[in-house]
Design a protein around this ligand. Sequence first.
Ligand code: MG
Ligand code: MG
Length: 255
Amino acid sequence: MVELKTPAEIERMRAAGRVVATALHTVKKHAAAGVSLRELDEVARDVLRSAGAVSLFDGYQPGFATSPFSGVICTSVNDAVLHGLPNDLCLTDGDLLNVDCGASIDGWCADSAISFCVGTPRTEDLELIATTESALAAGIAAAVPGNRIGDIGAAIGRIGTDAGVGTNLDFGGHGIGRRMHQEPHIPNGGRGGRGLKLQAGQVFAIEPWFWTGPGSTYLIDNDGWTLRSADRTRGAHAEHTVAITPDGPDILTLP
Ligand code: MG
Ligand code: MG
């Protein structure tokens, strides 16, 4: 059952989305060589607290996790690409950092992620980030009434295939509303023209993630969360919460 939101409910999700976007961009400003992932988590925690927002990540334990998450952001560095648990690791010059944040205000949720380089960027990392952001833009552009869920995934997958990056279809996008993870699952690939028909009032988190490749398998760290490429190549992730409206896609996670 895919929940439809009223325009007023979408505005409440946008309020949460603004806080999430502010948290992500504040973390980006603070991210520098010598700063620890735990310090960045504190930066995001302060943003959420001062906005009266509740973290969707802290204490979260979905079916695949062996322990509750501890942190308000996921901080995935270099060959870690998703679900990075904030720890005492300090950033170094040239790191590729993915930050993911989810928060709710008055029970309405938003979820977004950004990837960026710390200090001096490597060209291949900038290209990977650009590909991931292009895939997110293509997925969002396909999120229009009359299209189907498969059209979002196909648009994302096409960008990844054309760029020759490493892909894995686990952990794609999802419906979002009063809970962070709702139906439907949105794969980051596959064929268009299939799946749920899109209509105004649906809200989705769209979130491509890629590796420089060529690998497509991952390992989970002993912390039970941090997802790392098996061949140690670097990864990037980008995510927005997007409402389907009669006028087209409406991104709710902008500052
Ligand atoms: Mg997220
Ligand atoms: Mg998400």
